[in-house]
Design a protein around this ligand. Structure first.
Ligand code: UGA
Length: 433
């Protein structure tokens, strides 16, 4: 089938490439000429494990091409996917200007029945708006479908081919049939709903996951006060199949390009329908507090952090990505710098992006050992699996003081204490009253 994917951001590029990989004929469109030129030459603008090889294979197989023109690529398309950004506006609402601009362009150039599929994360009612925009200019047949994405950065390719489910929000059987044909090679449950339910499933999913993390982070506070260990508690709780073990990792809180934006947007959606989503407001508040709580722990140990030197491992909002959007790591670094601490930092992929934000307020290293050496403490703030493999004895020897703050509960407290670290993590240190 012929698929046009509008937007070569994270969602569009990964989904477009994966659609090509399951056998469709895909054109990825972007108005950014430089980006399209680079993609055509095989230069991938984001770090996503396995993506460059997948793009290369599918370009070589003739199933994947890139273009700046939506109009030229519309004829013969079975489906046009809209995968453009929906950033947070100042009030937290999703900014839909890019979605509507694509809808206008589709409306101006539509000639035959085509499926218009919204893959961007959009508030309930956006599908209806897109329908109205197209109907104004085009009197022929078309269907607007909602098909949210559930890919995680860092494991997006695996998430695509081994999805838990595909959600398809439609108004007609014809639209459902085309979507089911597109996703036929993906073996998982296909959930066919109304457009509105599908739009809400996306927000509800991300908000629920963020809630789960904020919940375990609240439990972590009780652990610190009571002497319980949050890792043991999460394990015991997660074994209940009704709860499940995933997204119960306590730490410095959630970040990224999705959770913060989508949780705020859902709160706004609720408000716009006259409902005060109190729980979600607390989920956001708990997440903010989690970052300061980590800084407070450091301040409690050192009493005064002005002039102290910290080696910070991690800049990305989570492991396996170069993305620093709403990264708790960056936020914590900024809080430390503001209080007069000196910060050396290291990340496997996110340094270039972090430089744009942190500029010369910190020192950047290309080697984790050099980053932490001669500092007063190590702070581990991104869950890169490679940090587990570091020689922590060597790190301990290279520090001024053997102090380690693990903001991701990545390392083993027993092992770190045995090496000789004063080891702090989240929800595992009993605070004496
Ligand atoms: C998230 C969702 O997991 C995807 O299903 C969704 O498609 C995507 O948003 C999106 O809407 O596009 P992603 O932002 O890539 O994916 O990141 P996650 O793996 O969900 O992690 C989000 C944040 O939560 C990270 O900062 C991570 O460090 C944190 N986290 C995650 C925890 O603190 N504890 C956990 O147990 C899990």
């Amino acid at each position: 089938m012929k698929i046009v994917m509008v937007g070569t951001g994270y969602v569009g590029l990964v989904s477009g490439t994966c659609f090509a990989d399951i056998g469709h004929d895909v054109v990825c469109i972007d108005i950014d000429e430089e980006k399209i030129e680079k993609l055509t030459k095989g230069v991938i603008p984001i770090f996503e494990p396995g993506l460059d090889a997948l793009v290369k294979n599918n370009v070589e197989a003739g199933r994947l091409t890139f273009s700046t023109s939506l109009k030229e690529n519309m004829p013969g398309a079975d489906a046009i996917f809209i995968a453009v950004g929906t950033p947070s506006a100042a009030d937290g609402k999703a900014d839909l200007q890019y979605v509507y601009a694509v809808a206008e362009e589709i409306a101006a150039n539509l000639k035959d029945y085509t499926l218009i599929v919204d893959k961007s994360t959009v508030p309930v009612g956006t599908g209806k708006e897109v329908e109205a925009i197209i109907k104004k200019k085009y009197k022929g047949g078309f269907d607007v479908v909602s098909c949210p994405e559930f890919l995680r950065e860092g494991s997006a390719i695996k998430d695509f081919s081994r999805s838990d489910r595909v959600v398809i929000g439609v108004r007609t059987e014809k639209a459902a049939k085309i979507m089911l044909d597109i996703f036929a090679p993906i073996k998982c449950e296909k959930v066919v709903t109304t457009v509105e339910s599908s739009e809400l499933i996306k927000y509800a999913s991300n908000a629920f996951l963020a809630t789960k993390i904020s919940f375990i982070n609240e439990i972590a506070h009780i652990c610190e006060k009571s002497g319980a260990d949050v890792e043991e508690v999460a394990h015991g709780v997660g074994l209940d199949k009704r709860i499940g073990p995933k997204f119960l990792k306590a730490g410095i809180g959630w970040g990224g390009s999705c959770f913060p934006k989508d949780v705020k947007a859902l709160d706004q959606i609720a408000g716009s329908h006259g409902y005060d989503f109190k729980l979600l407001k607390s989920v956001i508040e708990v997440n903010q507090h989690q970052r300061q709580h980590f800084v407070d722990k450091i301040k409690k140990h050192f009493i005064d952090i002005k002039g102290k030197n910290f080696g910070v491992l991690g800049l990305a909002f989570k492991g396996n990505t170069d993305d620093i959007r709403e990264s708790a790591a960056i936020d914590i670094i900024q809080r430390l710098v503001k209080e007069g601490a000196k910060v050396d930092c290291f990340d496997y992929e996110a340094t270039a992006n972090a430089k744009e934000i942190l500029k010369d307020t910190v020192t950047y290293y290309e080697d984790p050992y050099k980053c932490v050496a001669d500092n007063d403490a190590v702070l581990l703030v991104t869950e890169w699996p490679q940090f587990l493999e570091l020689d922590w004895r060597q790190i301990k020897e290279s520090l001024n003081e053997p102090v380690l703050f693990d903001g991701r509960n990545l390392l083993s407290p027993e092992k770190m204490r045995e090496i000789g670290f004063t080891y702090y993590s989240v929800g595992q240190n009993h605070e004496e009253k």
